[in-house]
Design a protein around this ligand. Structure first.
Ligand SMILES: Nc1nc2c(ncn2[C@@H]2O[C@H](COP(=O)(O)OP(=O)(O)OP(=O)(O)O)[C@@H](O)[C@H]2O)c(=O)[nH]1
Ligand SMILES: O=C(O)[C@H](O)COP(=O)(O)O
Length: 288
């Protein structure tokens, strides 16, 4: 992976915007006291960056750098553990619109810098996706397509499970679209791509779809497999000592394991559907 600016031209740079930990996750106020929210925000960031670092090992020629755009001092140590570079965020424009003004300004600033450096594309992921896996990131990057010099513009979007949000935004070139986060942003990002003559690819992915905004999202974590830092936090265990940046073999094993789990879940779903079809088609075939 690039150590910052060098060698970006041929690939994608991941950008993770991070709000100050002590202001983050305010919509969880009903479920989590203020004192618990910075810990959750930093654990989820740790899991997102670990998944990105592992994906960079699996697709070294495509995912060439990871940047964390933030004014949060505590993000530096976390970023460093995963080979990510911190970029200070620009202040949002005065009178910027809505609570997402800071997020949109941070992403647009990162996109402009990447465009100026000749980077092929940008992958924006929020820091609140505790279930994201390296295999899912690889799936997203592969769906976006191979990078070729002077490739045509492309946009790939991964939806949030709720609220019409955008949980992953891949744009080639990086500043193709202005960031338009906020409720219903998936439709805005899609329309913005179409207006530029680019048909957006919509790439659904189960772990990426769960961003933790509300108490309902926290409850949804119960049926999912969060990354190790978030899992330990939710189990009330002390934080994990950071895993080192994964080697290629460990990343491949994790990818194979995640793919096997996904296949097993899909097979179970197909069997369930087949069983209920049979029960409908052949009355009295059910055991109940
Ligand atoms: N750099 C930067 N990142 C932001 C800003 N606002 C939100 N983010 C990040 O954008 C992603 C999505 O954020 P949200 O879920 O909208 O905001 P949040 O602070 O995590 O949660 P709420 O306080 O409940 O809105 C997360 O990674 C946030 O850390 C901002 O002003 N600057
Ligand atoms: O547009 C979005 O997806 C959101 O506003 C930003 O993320 P959130 O769903 O975490 O608020």
């Amino acid at each position: 992976m690039s150590d910052g600016n060098a060698g970006l031209a041929g690939g994608l740079c991941a950008v993770v915007p991070v709000k100050a930990f002590d202001a983050a996750k305010s919509r969880l106020a009903e479920a989590l006291p203020l004192a618990a929210r910075p810990g959750l925000a930093s654990a989820m960031l740790e899991d997102v960056l670990a998944a990105l670092a592992a994906a960079a090992v699996l697709r070294p020629e495509r995912l060439v750098a990871i940047r964390v755009v933030t004014s949060e001092p505590g993000a530096a140590a976390i970023a460093a553990r995963h080979g990510a570079v911190v970029e200070p965020e620009a202040a949002p424009p005065a009178g910027g619109q809505g609570p997402e003004a800071g997020l949109n300004a941070a992403v647009d600033g990162a996109a402009r810098r990447l465009a100026a450096q000749g980077t092929e594309g940008m992958l924006v992921l929020p820091a609140d996706l505790p279930c994201i896996t390296a295999a899912e990131i690889v799936g997203l990057i592969d769906a976006h397509g191979a990078g070729t010099p002077g490739r045509s513009p492309a946009v790939t979007l991964a939806p949030a499970r709720a609220g019409g949000g955008t949980n992953a935004l891949l744009a080639s070139p990086p500043a193709l679209l202005p960031a338009a986060y906020g409720p219903g942003s998936l439709a805005r990002h899609s329309a913005s791509a179409s207006a530029r003559g680019v048909r957006p690819r919509i790439h659904g992915s189960r772990g990426i779809a769960l961003d933790i905004d509300t108490p309902d999202d926290l409850a949804a974590l119960a049926g999912m497999q969060p990354g190790p830092c978030t899992a330990r936090l939710l189990a009330g265990e002390p934080a994990l000592a950071a895993d080192p940046v994964p080697d290629a073999e460990a990343a491949r094993r994790a990818e194979a394991q995640a793919a096997a789990q996904e296949q097993a879940a899909a097979a179970k779903e197909r069997l369930g559907a087949l069983w209920s079809m049979l029960r409908t088609a052949v009355p009295g075939s059910g055991r109940s």
